[in-house]
Design a protein around this ligand. Structure first.
Ligand SMILES: [Fe+2]
Length: 182
C-alpha cells in the first residue's frame, strides 16, 4: 500500500474516535462530509478534500476540547506535500470559508453548530469586507465554500454512510499521480 495512504489510515485509526464538541466522531464527520460531496457530484479531488479536510486536528496537540484551532493550516500544509492543490487548498480554506459565509449570509452563523460558533471566536470571527474580497479572489474559494457546507452538514449523529474503504482506491490513485497532478 502507498505509505502515505498507510499514514492516513493510521491517523484515523488513532484519532478517528475523537469528538470535538459535535455529536459525531471525527471519523464519522469525515465520512459524512465526503458522502455529501459525492452526493453532489463533486469530482474525486474535492471528495477527497472533504474526507481529509480536518486531518490537521490529528497532526498537532489539541488546544482544548474542540481540537486544534489552526487545523486548517496544519492540514493544508500536510495535504499539499502529498496531493495537488485541488485537494489541499479547499481544505486549507475551510475555516476561512466559514468566516466568509458568516459575513455574506445573514443566517449562516445562526445555523452553525455551537462548537463551530465557539471555534469561530478563536479563528477571527466573521470576515471584514477587505478579508472577504481577498478570500473571494483566491482560486479555490468556491471549492472551499462548497466543502464548508458539506463540513457543516456532516455532523448528523447516527447517520450511516459508506466507510473509509470506499475512498481507498481514489486516495491511492491521487497519491500515485504525483501529488494529485494529472
Ligand atoms: Fe470539519
Amino acid at each position: 500500500m502507498n505509505p502515505v495512504l498507510e499514514e492516513i489510515e493510521a491517523l484515523y485509526a488513532m484519532h478517528g474516535d475523537n469528538v470535538y464538541g459535535e455529536g459525531v466522531t471525527m471519523a464519522q464527520h469525515a465520512l459524512q462530509s465526503a458522502a455529501l460531496a459525492e452526493g453532489e457530484g463533486a469530482d474525486d479531488r474535492l471528495v477527497i478534500a472533504a474526507l481529509l479536510h480536518d486531518i490537521g486536528h490529528f497532526l498537532q496537540q489539541r488546544d482544548d476540547s474542540y481540537g486544534y484551532h489552526k487545523h486548517d493550516h496544519s492540514g493544508g500544509d500536510w495535504l499539499a506535500r502529498h496531493f495537488g492543490p485541488e485537494v489541499s487548498e479547499p481544505a486549507r480554506l475551510h475555516v476561512a470559508a466559514k468566516r466568509y459565509l458568516c459575513a455574506v449570509e445573514p443566517y449562516y452563523l445562526a445555523r452553525l453548530s455551537p462548537a463551530s460558533v465557539y471555534t469561530l471566536s478563536k479563528q477571527g470571527g466573521p470576515m471584514s469586507p477587505a478579508e472577504m474580497a481577498a478570500f473571494a479572489a483566491q482560486p479555490f474559494a468556491e471549492a472551499a465554500v462548497r466543502l464548508r457546507r458539506w463540513d457543516d452538514g456532516g455532523k448528523e449523529p447516527g447517520l450511516t454512510v459508506p466507510d473509509f474503504a470506499r475512498y481507498r482506491s481514489r486516495l491511492g490513485r491521487l497519491l500515485e499521480e504525483g501529488r494529485g497532478a494529472v
